[in-house]
Design a protein around this ligand. Structure first.
Ligand SMILES: Nc1ncnc2c1ncn2[C@@H]1O[C@H](COP(=O)(O)OP(=O)(O)OP(=O)(O)O)[C@@H](O)[C@H]1O
Length: 695
């Protein structure tokens, strides 16, 4: 019986087709396998470069392009396009098998043949060719075939190679790209490592190559699986890896390792695959953890999609506070937590009673960032403690005053038998230290940039030091809380085991470039005594520029938001693919009410049920780690972004002021880089200074 496979590129296109078309595609292909002679539905393409290209009727207007095998019964759906475009697309393309990876490749032969004469002519005027330093034999060894080789030989400029990305065979383009970027033949070979195969490759056997290309082609086992695939195409798309990502996910490290990279470079995808890899090939239970409960829910969904084999070690997905509370509760029962307001009152009361010249916010931060972070437990140690990044200098007398306040605060917690998340975490770490064993063999941390030192010590205590113990994914450009951690200082050494991803797979080049403009000139640390860079960070997908719109009043802005969202829905975007972010809870709630009043389906971002059917609305903080086809960031207004209350006045403390401002910029950057295709940024009254500063 005929079986249907789907090209992953098609899944991405599928998500963008209009609803009635997607319904027809699902209908046609759900029946595809039932037809005894699948060939009956398929029409050959006249003048096709590749005789295996066929088309199939979707409706009067749309056709699917299907790769029909010479042998075997696996048919691959490559594209769905309007009638004429489908024929043109199919006519120009050739399918081949890569001689090194054994994977399937598709190229636009007409485009290659069409551009070669002109490139050759231009090259004759140039003194040097792009790949003059690489021998033909080496190119062939890396899987470059004769046609691509002839093309590569005519190139003189990396820009020409960039332009050829859409029409050269993918694996071969990657090889050329690596060589053009200065990698040696051996390094490119190592990059290919993950995709190499030890079986002998018959480059004529396309059917075998289809089966061998799981990162490119998904085989649906029966109509139910196919329908599930079509129902949630992005979910599946989300779990593919580029060879560079694969290398990191499957590597063996002698100790803690990490992966960095800007938003959308696939750090989470790598973390998920690493979890599966270690569960399958590692030596014990795996913990996959992150910062918030919302993110943990989305990681758990990702693990589910990866279909970890039943024989693998368990993968436990939990956020960090959940872990500390669990360890704590096993010994002491559930802790009574001090609320934020109670804590503020307590510090305020102590400051008043002791007549101290410090605000409650300053005392609370000094306790967290210096006393707890550095495990300071007496006045002498506090006198010596490093206070870098804390801004305001303190003399010995002032330090004695702060210490007195800390002492009273701690005594009060003990007397009331109440805890904060930080003290729970410290106690949990102490308890773990007393245990003879460690609960996990491998710990993987996503969104690492926002964890505090107490949480890092807990994670360190959850796993014994050794190969592949800790794997850390994070991006300090996306730090949105006040925690600045040096991994060395919490006993985690990643030097020599760090990788950086540079290709953004989520956001269009236009949205990315605009968002990066907001961070222009910011000095951002790398959690390891250096500075993080955004050099080489790029997106290969193009789209519309962000829409920036100012309004006179808050109500006018909300009204316009309803219009923007309606426009997206009318264009066929599903409600679950729309996200709205505001700096404050208040504005997020008002936006929710405005959309609900207009009859649109909405939900708070924190609510993960029915996420597919409703528009997610929440604070910028909640947007972290998520992604949507269309994003509206609202209320990007002067005095609201940055939020006045979250920024220490420069007159009070310049260092802290600058850190607060950077954090607020990063927060807006995080919200804007959640968008895959469309970004709308709006304000009422005067715009935020962060917007007016974008170059
Ligand atoms: N190799 C790839 N090919 C295609 N798409 C990819 C690839 N890797 C990642 N993606 C897609 O890019 C998007 C971003 O991936 P992911 O969430 O892992 O990035 P991230 O670096 O963790 O982002 P952020 O730091 O912004 O949260 C996802 O939709 C993912 O499916």
């Amino acid at each position: 019986m005929a079986r249907l496979a789907i090209d992953r590129d098609f899944l991405r296109d599928f998500a963008k087709l209009e609803k009635p078309v997607t319904a027809r595609v699902t209908e046609v292909f759900a029946k595809f396998e039932q037809a005894t002679y699948a060939g009956q539905h398929l029409e050959p393409v006249v003048n096709a470069r590749d005789k295996r290209m066929h088309t199939i009727r979707i409706d009067r207007f749309w056709r699917g392009v299907v790769l029909a095998p010479d042998t075997g019964d696996v048919y691959t759906l490559l594209k769905v396009l309007p009638h004429d475009d489908a024929y043109t697309w199919a006519m120009r393309r050739q399918v081949s098998v890569n001689s090194v990876t054994g994977r399937i490749e598709i190229r636009d032969v007409v485009a290659i043949d069409g551009s070669l004469p002109q490139l050759t002519m231009m090259a004759e005027q140039q003194p040097e060719r792009l790949f003059a330093h690489v021998k033909d034999a080496d190119l062939r060894r890396l899987g470059v075939d004769e046609q691509t080789l002839a093309f590569a030989r005519a190139l003189t400029d990396p820009v020409q190679l960039d332009a050829a990305r859409g029409f050269l065979p993918g694996n071969q383009w990657d090889v050329l790209y690596g060589l053009a970027a200065g990698l040696s033949v051996e390094e490119v070979w190592a990059e290919l490592g993950a995709a190499q195969t030890s079986e002998p490759i018959d480059t004529e056997d396309v059917a075998a190559a289809v089966e061998r290309s799981p990162e490119r082609i998904v085989l649906a086992n029966g109509p139910d699986e196919l329908i599930a695939l079509f129902r949630n195409p992005f979910a599946l798309w989300r779990v593919y890896l580029h060879p560079t990502q694969h290398r990191v996910a499957a590597a063996s490290f002698s100790g803690p390792a990490r992966v960095t990279g800007g938003p959308g470079t696939g750090k989470t995808v790598v973390a998920l695959h690493r979890a599966r890899h270690l569960a399958t090939n590692g030596t014990g239970p795996v913990l996959l953890t992150t910062f918030t409960s919302t993110l943990a829910v989305s990681l758990a969904a990702g693990v589910k999609l990866l279909e970890v084999p039943e024989t693998a070690a368990p993968i436990d997905v939990r956020h960090v506070d959940q872990l500390s509370h669990q360890v704590f509760s096993e010994h002491h029962g559930r802790p009574t937590l001090l609320s934020h307001e109670e804590e503020t009152d307590l510090w305020r009361g102590i400051a008043r009673r002791l007549e101290l010249p410090f605000t409650e916010a300053f005392l609370a931060e000094e306790w967290r960032q210096v006393v707890l972070a550095q495990q300071v437990d007496d006045a002498g140690a506090y006198l010596e403690a490093k206070r870098s990044g804390r801004g305001r200098r303190l003399g010995p007398r002032q330090k004695a005053q702060v210490w007195q306040a800390v002492h009273e605060f701690t005594a009060e917690l003990a007397q009331r038998q109440v805890w904060t998340h930080e003290t729970v975490c410290i106690e949990a770490t102490r308890l773990l230290g007393q245990r003879p064993d460690r609960p996990y063999r491998h710990v993987i941390v996503d969104e690492a940039q926002d964890l505090n030192p107490m949480q890092w010590r807990l994670l360190r205590a959850l796993v014994a030091p050794g190969p592949d113990d800790l794997f850390i994914a994070g991006d300090t450009h996306q730090r949105i809380y006040a925690n600045r951690v040096s991994l060395r200082e919490v006993g985690i050494l990643v030097a020599g085991r760090s990788s950086r991803l540079t290709v953004n797979y989520r956001t269009t080049a236009e949205i990315l470039a605009w968002s990066l403009g907001m961070l222009h000139g910011e000095r951002i640390d790398d959690m390891d005594a250096g500075l993080e860079t955004i050099a080489g960070y790029r997106s290969e997908v193009h789209g519309d520029l962000p829409a920036l719109r100012g309004h006179r009043t808050r109500n006018a802005e909300l009204e316009s938001l309803v219009g923007t969202v309606r426009g997206w829905l009318d264009a066929g975007v599903a409600p679950g693919e729309i996200g709205i972010a505001a700096r404050s809870n208040g504005l997020a709630n008002s936006a929710r009410e405005a959309l609900a009043a207009a009859g649109l389906p909405v939900r708070p971002l924190a609510k993960t049920e029915q996420a597919d059917e409703s528009i997610g609305i929440g604070t910028m903080h909640r947007m972290k780690g998520l992604e949507f086809r269309c994003v509206a960031v609202i209320g990007v207004t002067e005095h609201q972004v940055p939020a006045s209350a979250a920024v220490t006045p420069a007159a009070e403390d310049e260092t802290i002021h600058n850190q607060d401002m950077q954090r607020e910029r990063c927060l807006l950057f995080v919200a804007c880089t959640r968008a895959r295709e469309q970004l709308a940024v709006s304000w009422h009254g005067s715009p935020s200074p962060f917007l007016t500063s974008v170059k």
